[in-house]
Write a protein that binds this ligand. Sequence first.
Ligand SMILES: Cc1cc2nc3c(=O)[nH]c(=O)nc-3n(C[C@H](O)[C@H](O)[C@H](O)COP(=O)(O)O)c2cc1C
Length: 187
Amino acid sequence: MNIKIITASVRQGRIGPQISKWVLQSIQEKMNNDVEIIDLKEWYLPLDDEPYLPATGKYLQHHTQQWSQKIASGDLFVFVFPQYNWGYPASLKNAVDHLYAEWNDKVALIVSYANRGGGKAADQFQQIITGLHMHNLSGRIEVKLKDLQFNNEEKLIQPSVDLQGYQNMLYDLICEAELLLNNPNPV
Ligand SMILES: Cc1cc2nc3c(=O)[nH]c(=O)nc-3n(C[C@H](O)[C@H](O)[C@H](O)COP(=O)(O)O)c2cc1C
C-alpha cells in the first residue's frame, strides 16, 4: 500500500507541514509502507488552463499530467488540512478537482486541525471524498490545536503523551485502509 500525505494549506506561516511531518514520522515509526508527503504549495495547478473535463482524463498541460501521475501512484491518501471559516482550504478543492479517475477507489484518511479539531471542514471534505468515489474510513482524526506544542520556529515538538491517542487512531485507520484495499467488496 502506497501512502501519500497531502499537505493542503499553502499560506505563508502555515503549520500544515509540521503536522504532515508528524504524521509521516508516526507512520514510519510503526509501519513499513511506502509513504511520502505531497505539499500542495510545491504544485503549480492553475484554476483555468485545461480545456477538457477532468473526468475525460485528457490533460494538455505538463503540470496536470505530472499531478495525474503522482496521484495515480497512491493507494491511501492522508489529507492533512486546517479549518478555514468552517470549511476546508480552497487549495485542497482546487487540487482534487484537477483530476477525477486518479482518485476513484482509493482510500481517504482525514487529519483535520483547528482550535476544536476542524470537524466542520472534515464534514465538508467527507462529501468530496464520496463524490470522488473514494473510500471513507470508519473514523477520522481531528487535531485540536491546544494539544500541539510549537517551539519558537513553529516546529512541532515531538509527540507528547497527549498525541498518543491521535497516533493510535492513525494506526487503526491505516490498518482499516489496508483491509479495505485488499477486499473492497466484502460480502
Ligand atoms: C482564513 C482562516 C480561517 C480560519 N477559520 C477557522 C475556523 O473556522 N475555525 C477554527 O477553529 N480556526 C480557524 N482558523 C485558525 C486555523 O485553524 C489555524 O490558524 C491553523 O493553524 C491554520 O492552518 P495553517 O497554519 O496550516 O494554515 C482560521 C485560519 C485562517 C487562516
